[in-house]
Design a protein around this ligand. Sequence first.
Ligand code: NDP
Ligand code: 2IT
Length: 455
Amino acid sequence: MSKIVSSDKVNDYLERYMEGVDKRNPGQPEFTQAVREVASTVFPYIADKPKYHENQILERMAEPERAISFRVPWTDDKGNVRTNRGYRIQFNSSIGPYKGGIRFHPSVNESILKFLGYEQTFKNSLTGLPLGGGKGGANFNPKGKSDNEVMRFCQSFITELYRHIGEDTDVPAGDIGVGGREIGYMFGQYKRITNRFVGVLTGKGLEFGGSKMRTEATGYGAIFFLRNMLDQHKNTIEGKRVLVSGSGNVATHACEKVLQLGGSPLTMSDSGGFVHCPDGFSQEQIDWVKELKTVRRGRISEAADEFNNITFHEGRPWGVEADCAVPSATQNEINGDEAKTLIKNGIKAVAEAANMPCEQAAVDAFVDADVLFGPAKAVNAGGVGVSGLEMSQNSARIAWSEDDLRKLLENMMNDIHNSCVEFGNTSDGPVDYLAGANIAGFVKVADAMLSYGHV
Ligand code: NDP
Ligand code: 2IT
């Protein structure tokens, strides 16, 4: 390959590569969407670096090292036998043990978990910690289930999964539908089966090896990254009106950090619709939503019944006028038309706190309009970053202070932002955070793979 490769030629390579990926993964649109997003920015970077082509690095990266699928039988409170499908996708262990969350949601399938495991590989690389990429879950719907049903499901799930994971092999954590309650049940069953007390899961309770700041880390980290993007472009988060979607772990802590840094979080949502508070949610209101979602397990619409400055609306919050958007619910929750509405309403920055919340058409619209766009693998890496620190504390049998962990998280997000700027700086226009994050995440994993030979 010559030193200078034309952009037409790079596009040809990309399309040929994607043809192969599409062919090998039929019926997996989320997975191929995630691969295209990475490949479209990495191909131009490696165009004059033949070692990556000759060693088929991108081809090998798009193939999980191992995909495990298993039966999860359990009994509901009425005595009915129920069966779900569990998975663990062990995607890439080049730079550390597989690491990534577990999702319980009826939509879970192999495509969604492969997209998440693939993304996780690059995200974990960006943290600077020795963490490989993986993801797991089940098509189990925790909504409407009793605590005992959730416990029995988690116990059955781990009764198969335990043989595939370990503190130096694969370390799962939470994701949609998996929080402190579920991690507790799963850790308890793992310990019981193996008779070992080790850091095999992260996001544990503080009483049994959990890390301070892990609960807050993803949402707080996302807002640190948003602040860094604004600072880098001579702007500030103070006074900004911020749209947040979701009302779970990531969304509530994102709202909290926006408020702490002097901004106004205007919206939260769930699958039933969104709530809008034109004054910006107060800490009391955010705490109320945390309790609603983690203890009472109610619907976000209830916030409008409780507070008279909050209104409930059907649909998604992207029609509300604001300065920044932090999608924090799920994949593909902003489409191209919604992106255009946000742009028309003057949005200045979008930080993806959920994984792949923007459809490709939305990403393209933001980038074309010079809106600052922070991609998920950089923006939400604080969660897995503090999970990595939980693993370190577990190995050393120590617990760091909240103050130390807060500083470590903030420094980690600064370092990730700097890496994106290093690889994504453009001569004209804003930093290309998409390319920056993808390339910075890619290089470390790719170079480790080169060292190992063809494995
Ligand atoms: P939670 O389960 O705590 O909250 C999920 C929220 O998103 C709920 O409000 C839920 O509403 C909403 N939601 C989920 N699916 C849909 C859907 N299909 N349509 C509309 N709303 C939906 O999950 P998290 O906060 O942990 O995760 C949110 C996002 O952040 C996910 O993309 C996850 O992968 C990502 N993430 C999480 C990390 C973590 O540390 N937890 C780390 C990095 C990324 P409802 O209750 O109605 O379903
Ligand atoms: O998507 C993610 O990064 C997570 N769900 C957190 C993973 C982890 O291992 O903490």
